[in-house]
Design a binder for this molecule. Structure first.
Ligand SMILES: Cc1ncc(COP(=O)(O)O)c(C=O)c1O
Length: 459
């Protein structure tokens, strides 16, 4: 092993192919040709040759304030020198306590109890384990089942993967199929011809209630839902859907877990989207990603005062929630989150998102002019283009669009200096929240040109 301090691109590629296992990647591929991301600044990422790309996916739905912030580097370095680690089992630290207080102040309703984790999956895992713990303590050990949704994505620990509803992601891996139940895809795009969105909403909320009754309300602990299903293809549920789901859950004494790993921290122009955008105060919120703008790992679970009070009200000798991680409430991550939030507030980044959203969404809708675009959808600075072959296409053409649209569009955008995230027949994007109007135009001009080519090739 030589040259560890200044590896060449060839070295990096060699080590990457031989030794580094990537998430969601086929094993045994020794010739994968990943782009080597070398630098990043603002909304741009640079490869090893210095080529610049707009970071369309914004890291992975995570880059709110953009890259290369000196203030973030300073805050992280200062915390590393002051207190690089604290054991949260037996002591606390200033950044962790201050961040918990800040999040509680910005959270909806009475969600004032904050448990820090290492990322989104561990936040979801913690929330699900809390729902088990809650029912055990309340003397209802049979009330453990979870209802989740097709196309939902909640993470990659055993429990968070079990409640994820993207079938392809489960190939060759086991999940808990005994206590997890799914309701169908809520995407209004797939509703039957002639059906109104309101009728679709009725159908989907009725389906949730029917599922609770089928499993048995006395056996269902929680319903978990992303406000917008991000990795499932930026699926925006119909108006009023979340409100009605919450009502149904509460009628049946089922906890509502709102997975805001993507939607919190400004992606929809608000601190949290559950109440400000969708009008619900859930029982539990999970978050991660934008909490530190992806500079360092951190996740958070917010639990309502009501639930905590229910567990501590009775005369119990001990209410020990034995869940946690060595890096829970990590002081460096919490210091980074505090600086990230300070920057977002000082620069009024949420207001900027609200300002620029109509233009972003209008440019997204214009992409429908290409015949190959079956759907273009989004909210805030979240977008998705879904490919669909024209209705009179041959079976072979349909299959090709279904399998290749996302990868072809992504490749053509990359040639033009824009990264997207391909998901089979879709591409999704969520650029850094600091993106300017001109940069939004640059981004959509590239997608438009690339779509023109994909359309010519595939239609
Ligand atoms: C909604 C949602 N929940 C949970 C997760 C898992 O987060 P992490 O990858 O940080 O574990 C993700 C990741 O994309 C997500 O989008």
């Amino acid at each position: 092993m030589t040259k560890l301090n200044s590896p060449s691109p060839e070295d990096i590629r060699l080590w990457d192919n031989r030794n580094l296992m990537h998430p969601w990647h086929s094993l045994g591929t020794e010739d994968a040709d990943f782009m080597i991301a070398s630098d990043a600044e603002g909304i741009y990422v640079y490869d090893e040759s210095g080529r610049r790309y707009i970071d369309g996916p914004g890291g992975m739905w995570s880059s709110q304030i953009g890259y290369g912030r000196q203030e973030m580097a300073d805050a992280i370095a200062a915390q590393v020198l002051k207190l690089p680690f604290n054991t949260p089992w037996t002591s606390t630290s200033g950044p962790a306590a201050q961040l918990a207080a800040k999040i509680a102040a910005e959270s909806p309703g009475d969600l004032n109890n904050v448990f820090f984790t290492t990322g989104g999956s561990t936040a979801v895992d913690t929330a699900l384990r809390f729902s088990h713990f809650y029912n055990n303590l309340r003397g209802r050990p049979e009330k453990k089942h979870i209802i989740a949704r097709q196309k939902g994505y909640h993470g990659s620990t055993f429990m968070s993967a079990s409640v994820s509803g993207k079938e392809r992601d489960k190939s060759f891996l086991d999940t808990d199929t005994d206590s997890v139940h799914f309701v169908g895809n809520v995407n209004p795009y797939i509703r039957r011809d002639g059906m109104s969105v309101a009728a679709w909403c009725d159908e989907k909320t009725t389906e949730l209630e029917a599922k609770i009754l089928e499993v048995g309300a006395d056996r269902v602990a929680a319903f978990i839902a992303e406000p917008i299903l991000a990795s499932g293809g930026v699926i925006v549920p119909p108006e009023g859907y979340h409100r009605r789901c919450l009502e149904i859950c509460h009628q049946h004494d089922v906890l509502y877990i709102s997975d805001e790993v993507v939607t919190a921290f400004g992606r929809l122009g608000e601190f949290f989207a559950s109440e400000s955008v969708f009008g619900i105060v859930p029982d539990i919120i999970t978050s991660a990603k934008g909490i530190t703008s992806g500079y360092v790992p951190l996740g958070a679970v917010l639990i309502s005062d009501r639930l905590i009070a229910e567990l501590t009200a009775d005369d119990r000798s001990e209410v020990l929630f034995s869940n946690g991680f060595t890096y829970s409430a990590h002081p460096v991550s919490c210091a980074a989150a505090l600086k990230n939030i300070e920057i977002m507030e000082r620069e009024e980044i949420f207001a900027h998102v609200r300002d620029i959203t109509p233009h972003f969404q209008a440019r997204l809708q214009e992409l429908r002019c290409h015949e190959i675009v079956g759907d273009a959808r989004g909210m805030g600075l979240l977008g998705c283009v879904e490919g669909a072959a024209p209705s009179d296409s041959s079976e072979a053409k349909r299959l090709a669009v279904d399998k290749e649209f996302g990868y072809r569009l992504d490749a053509k955008c990359e040639e033009r200096g824009l990264l997207l995230r391909p998901l089979i027949n879709m591409c999704v994007f969520s650029p850094p929240l600091i993106i300017s109007r001109d940069e939004v135009d640059m981004m959509f001009d590239i997608i438009d040109q690339a779509l023109g080519e994909v359309n010519a090739e595939m239609c």
